[in-house]
Every structure is written in C-alpha cells, then in structure tokens.
Ligand binder design. Structure first.
Ligand SMILES: Cc1cc2nc3c(=O)[nH]c(=O)nc-3n(C[C@H](O)[C@H](O)[C@H](O)COP(=O)(O)O)c2cc1C
Length: 185
C-alpha cells in the first residue's frame, strides 16, 4: 500500500472479528513502530502485548472506574461519561490484542511514543488490520497499579494503548475540519 493511501485510509476501528493477530504480525507492527524517529535517537520504547480476554476485561473495568473518578474533577466533554457507566462497555471493544507503547519517563517521552504509535497504526492498516488508540485506558494504566498490571520495568510510563485486530466492518471516513493555518512570513 502506498504511504499516502495508508495516511488517508486509516480509521479508528471499533469492530473486530474474533480472529487473533499472529505473534509474527504483532512483531512486524512493532518493527514498524521502532522505525519512528526519537529525540537524540534514544529509542526509549517499551511494548507490552496483552491478548488474554480476561485480563483485557479486568483492565477495562479498572480503567472505567478510574476514568469516571478523573472526570468528576476535570472538564472532559459530558457525552464521554455515558459509555463508561454501561456495564457491558469494554473500552477495548473486545479487540484480540492490545499493544501498550511506553517510554522512559523523561523529556520527549510522549513525542517519542506517539510517533511510534502512528507508525504502528499506519503499518497495521497497510496489513489490513484495524487499530484504535484507547485514551479511556490511559489514566489508569499510568497509575502504579496499572504499571504493575503491565509488568512495566521501573522508569517507564505507558503512553499509547493501541488495540489491534481484524476489522469486522469498514469504518466510514471521519471528516476533518479545515486546518487552522496562519502564514506569518
Ligand atoms: C490520544 C487519543 C485517544 C483516543 N481515545 C479513544 C478512546 O478512548 N476510545 C475510542 O473509541 N477512540 C479513541 N480515540 C480515537 C479517536 O476517537 C479517533 O482517532 C478520531 O475520532 C478520528 O477518527 P479516525 O482515527 O478514524 O480518523 C483516540 C484517539 C487518540 C489520538
């Protein structure tokens, strides 16, 4: 697939078949992720792969409870609260795999992890897979309990939890607003 086709064709995917993603495919996606640039070429990434449906359910439950607490004291849009109250809502949409990209906790960690995440999502799309970054899980994964659950080595912060799977339906294009663009010179 042409890069430009991947950039324009990738969609946040929230409907998956039950087909697992093979270990070698996950390794292929992670290999694409680590081709991303990183500040001073530190390559500070750490990848955690979760495929056990029971563990994904547990993380989802913990993340929902935590997120609702976080939302009480912050200004998240109100429509985001709704699904978190639904007992059947799994934040990972029952995807067969979750890849959490963490980085060394230092300056540019978020940038480094986000660049790897975009590579991973574009590569997945090029291989016919769907992905979605699950921000709903982030605030809990960042807690000590979350990091322990991910078995993260000390000094790492989870940044990009990305679900991966075989899409069960095509996702419609999501319209973009015109860019806020200001030419100053
Ligand atoms: C940082 C970040 C957090 C996100 N969190 C969630 C989430 O928790 N749940 C979800 O369904 N989609 C989530 N998304 C996906 C966005 O909703 C999606 O990218 C956006 O609607 C644009 O659609 P597109 O990716 O198909 O272009 C997240 C995306 C980003 C970049």
């Amino acid at each position: 697939m042409e890069l430009i086709e991947a950039i324009y064709g990738r969609r946040a995917t929230r409907h998956f078949t039950k087909e697992p993603v093979t270990k070698s495919m996950i390794e292929t996606l992670i290999d694409a992720a680590i081709q991303a640039p990183s500040a001073v070429n530190e390559q500070p990434w750490h990848f955690t792969v979760v495929q056990d449906p029971a563990l994904l359910d547990r993380i989802s439950d913990a993340a929902k409870t935590h997120m609702l607490k976080v939302m009480e004291t912050s200004d998240y849009p109100h429509h985001l609260h709704g699904p978190l109250h639904e007992p059947d809502f799994q934040v990972f949409y029952h995807a067969p795999a979750l890849i959490v990209i963490s980085t060394l906790t230092n300056d540019w960690g978020i940038e480094n992890a986000s660049l790897a995440a975009q590579n991973l999502m574009l590569s997945a799309h090029a291989h016919g897979l769907g992905t979605c970054w699950i921000g709903f899980s982030q605030r809990w994964l960042e807690t000590e309990e979350g990091k322990t659950c991910l078995d993260l080595p000390p000094g790492y912060t989870p940044v990009a939890p990305i679900i991966v799977g075989h899409p069960s339906q095509a996702m419609p294009p999501v319209p973009r607003n015109p860019p806020r663009l200001h030419w100053i010179g």
